[in-house]
Design a protein around this ligand. Structure first.
Ligand SMILES: Cc1ncc(COP(=O)(O)O)c(C=O)c1O
Length: 442
C-alpha cells in the first residue's frame, strides 16, 4: 500500500514535469527547489483509476485538496478549490519572484506551460494564449474582428455576460446585430439544436457564438456539429468554454472550432486570474490583438498576450494543474464528474416537487445540474441546504429560469452527492417551512 507521501510525489507536476516526466519519476520543480528528488513508487500509468467508481482511488484524489473542514463544496461552476500541488507550485513561484524579481516575467517557462496546455487541449502551442479569464478570451476574439455595421452574430438566450458582453458592446459601437435564439431546457436532440442555429442564419451572419456548456442549466451543446454548420455556411464559430476545461476531455482540433475561450479557475482549478484562449492558426490573421502592437505572424497566438503585467505565479502553476489532470487521465476526470452528476440527477428524479432543468441525456449534460424545489425561492433552498448539511451550491437565474446549481468534480465523493439528495428531499418535503424565510432553515 502506498503512503500519502508517495502518492503525492506521483502527482508532483511542474513546468517541465509532463505526464512522461511523471512516468519517468522526474520531479523537476522539486529539484529546482533544492529538495531531495525521490522517484515516485507509482508511474503515471499506475495512477489511473480502475473506473469512475473506484472509490479508494478517488479518495486519494480527494486527499489532494485542502477544502475547509465540514464543508461539502459543490460549486466548481464558479471557482474550484486549488489542489495542493498547484497551491504549492504557485507559492513557490510567488516566493521565487518576490525574492528575485530580476526574472519576473519568466517568459521561457510561460512558453513551456503554453506547450503543455496546448497538448492537453489538442492544439498547437502557437494557437494558445494564456489569458487571465474566459471573459478576456471572448473579448480577444470579438474585439479583434473587423466588423461591418449590420453583421450578425447568433447566440442563445442562456449565454453568460462574460461571453456576450463584448458582442453587445460591438452592437453599440460598430452596429453589429445580435440574433438571439432560444433552446428548450432540456432539448430533444442534436438536430433540434443545430436546426435552431441554422434557421437563424442570414446572408449577414458572420459568427455563431456558443457556450460549450451553458452556465445556468449546464447544457452541453453540440459544438462539433455547430462548427461544421458554421464552416459549411462560411461563418466563424466562437466558443465560450468557461466550464469544460478540466471537466471534459477536450480536443479543439477535433471539435473544428475557430476560437475557444476557457477558464483556469473553474474546473482546471488553477486559482483566479488564469485562462486559455485558443485561436486556430488560419484565422489569426483576421483577429487583431485586443491590446498592444499588431503582432508578428511568427508569434502565433502569443500576440494576444501583450497585456503587460500578469499573475506569473498562477500562470506557471497551470503546469501543475495540467500535470495532475494528465496523471489522473482526462477521460477519467470526465467519467468521474459525469458519474457523480448522473448519481445526483437520478436521485433527484424520485423526489416529488423537484424540477430538474438539466437534461438526463449524457449528450447534453456533464458536471452541472440545475434544479428547483416546488416554488420555494432558490435562495431559501440554497440556504436551507447550507444550514442543514453544510453543502455549498449556488443559485442561478436567467430570463424566467431560477434554480440551484450543483457541480460535481473529482474531489467530490458519492456520499456527498447522497447527502445533497437527502437535503433536497428534506426541503421538498418541508417546503412550506422554507417558503418565506430562511431563518427556520436548519
Ligand atoms: C459560461 C461562462 N462564460 C464566462 C464566464 C466568465 O468567466 P471568467 O470569470 O473566467 O471570465 C463564466 C463564469 O462563470 C461562465 O460561466
Amino acid at each position: 500500500m502506498q503512503s500519502r507521501r508517495t502518492f503525492l510525489r506521483g502527482f508532483s507536476g511542474g513546468v517541465v514535469a509532463t505526464g512522461a516526466a511523471l512516468a519517468a519519476g522526474r520531479t523537476s520543480l522539486a529539484a529546482r527547489g533544492g529538495e531531495q528528488v525521490i522517484a515516485p513508487t507509482l508511474s503515471a500509468a499506475n495512477l489511473k483509476p480502475a473506473g469512475p467508481l473506484d472509490e479508494a482511488y478517488w479518495w486519494k484524489v480527494r486527499s489532494q485538496f485542502n477544502i475547509i473542514d465540514g464543508m461539502t463544496f459543490m460549486n466548481n461552476g464558479t471557482e474550484g478549490p486549488v489542489p495542493r500541488v498547484v497551491l504549492e507550485a504557485n507559492e513557490r513561484f510567488f516566493r521565487e519572484i518576490a525574492e528575485n524579481p530580476s526574472n519576473n516575467y519568466r517568459r521561457e517557462e510561460i512558453d513551456v506551460v503554453r506547450g503543455e496546455v496546448a497538448r492537453f487541449v489538442g492544439a498547437n502551442a502557437d494557437e494558445i494564449a494564456l489569458t487571465r479569464s474566459t471573459t478576456e478570451g471572448m473579448n480577444i476574439f470579438t474585439h479583434g474582428l473587423d466588423w461591418k455595421a449590420g453583421d450578425e452574430v447568433i447566440y442563445c438566450s442562456h449565454e453568460h455576460g462574460g461571453g456576450i458582453g463584448c458582442i453587445t458592446t460591438m452592437a453599440k459601437r460598430a452596429g453589429i446585430k445580435p440574433v438571439v435564439i432560444d433552446i428548450p431546457s432540456p432539448p430533444q436532440s442534436v438536430d433540434q439544436i443545430v436546426g435552431l442555429y441554422e434557421k437563424a442564419i442570414t446572408p449577414r451572419t458572420r459568427v455563431i457564438m456558443v457556450s460549450h456548456m451553458t452556465y445556468v442549466t449546464g447544457l452541453v451543446t453540440p459544438v462539433k456539429e455547430l462548427a461544421d454548420l458554421a464552416h459549411r455556411r462560411g461563418l466563424l464559430i466562437s466558443v465560450d468554454g468557461a466550464h469544460p476545461l478540466g471537466m471534459m476531455d477536450l480536443d479543439f482540433k477535433a471539435m473544428n472550432v475557430d476560437h475557444y475561450a476557457a477558464a483556469g479557475q473553474k474546473w482546471l482549478m488553477c486559482g483566479t486570474g488564469t485562462g486559455v484562449c485558443y485561436i486556430k492558426r488560419d484565422v489569426q490573421d483576421r483577429i487583431w490583438p485586443l491590446m498592444g502592437p499588431p503582432g508578428d505572424p511568427k508569434d502565433g497566438a502569443k500576440k494576444y498576450e501583450a497585456f503587460g503585467q500578469r499573475d506569473v505565479p498562477s500562470a506557471l502553476g497551470m503546469s501543475a494543474a495540467v500535470a495532475l489532470q494528465t496523471a489522473i487521465g482526462k477521460q477519467n476526470v470526465e467519467a468521474r464528474a459525469r458519474a457523480l452528476s448522473t448519481r445526483f440527477r437520478t436521485g433527484l428524479k424520485g423526489i416529488p416537487g423537484v424540477k430538474m432543468w438539466t437534461s438526463e441525456d449524457p449528450r447534453f449534460a456533464a458536471g452541472l445540474t440545475l434544479f428547483s424545489v416546488r416554488d420555494v425561492p432558490m435562495a431559501n433552498v440554497q440556504q436551507a441546504i447550507l444550514n442543514r448539511d453544510r453543502i455549498y451550491i449556488r443559485t442561478m437565474t436567467t430570463g424566467n429560469l431560477n434554480g440551484c446549481r450543483a457541480a460535481t468534480h473529482i474531489y467530490n465523493m458519492p456520499d456527498e452527492v447522497d447527502r445533497l439528495i437527502a437535503s433536497v428531499k428534506h426541503v421538498a418535503e418541508n417546503a412550506s417551512r422554507y417558503m418565506t424565510t430562511t431563518a427556520q432553515a436548519r
